[in-house]
Design a protein around this ligand. Structure first.
Ligand code: PAN
Ligand code: ZN
Length: 186
């Protein structure tokens, strides 16, 4: 019997994936219109600055029922006005799909919001594991001066619904106020 060599490699220390069918998604300041409280500060920023990068393995086409995607996200350090760099945040387009995150490097907060806008935060630090239940929006925030790196695994038909977040916000914002990380209402 032929033993097949692995086609994919995952570096446990850094979360970096290598091999075939690995895609990348990049979010720069210019891609974040409407997500930060201070839109004027965002407009004044160098528009090409990287806010976060996602690397993911798609063994099946997006939208395939029953498959799984596996990836990592690096949220770079920085702030727009007094608000820390963060991901856009989303519900899954198919709302009843859950997800796992695990923190690899750096530290931050994972904000979660249910359909009634009830919002809570979990601390992300190396080794923390986070289960996002169905119908719960999720956004990750880097509250330090080093990159925040976390892994993720989600259903390949989950999809991403960003429009609702732009419309109704995320319950809480994470800002640096008088030198301290502070949660404020939207
Ligand atoms: C993650 C996120 C990733 C970027 O892979 O897509 O961290 O965040 P946004 O999609 O909110 O920009 C995930 O949750 N996938 O479902
Ligand atoms: Zn997700």
């Amino acid at each position: 019997m032929k033993i097949i060599k692995p086609k994919l490699h995952y570096d446990n220390m850094t979360g970096v994936l290598s091999g075939e069918a690995i895609g990348e998604k990049i979010a720069r300041i210019k891609d974040m219109a409407g997500f930060y409280a201070d839109e004027n500060s965002r407009k004044r920023f160098d528009q090409d600055v990287l806010v976060y990068r996602v690397q993911y393995y798609s063994p099946v086409p997006e939208g395939t029922e029953g498959g799984l995607f596996f990836g990592n996200t690096t949220v770079f350090p920085g702030k727009v006005g007094d608000e820390y760099f963060m991901t856009k945040g989303h519900y899954h387009a198919i709302g009843n799909r859950g997800e796992y995150y695990w923190c690899i490097e750096g530290s931050g907060l994972l904000l979660m919001m249910d359909q009634d806008n009830h919002t809570w935060a979990e601390e992300m630090l190396p080794g923390s594991l986070h289960y996002m239940p169905a119908y719960v929006a999720h956004r990750s925030i880097n509250v330090r001066k080093e990159p925040l790196v976390f892994g993720a695994c989600w259903p390949s038909d989950a999809g991403h619904e960003y429009g609702l977040i732009l419309e109704k916000g995320f319950g809480l914002r994470v800002k640096e106020i008088k030198g301290a990380m502070t949660l404020v209402k939207y």
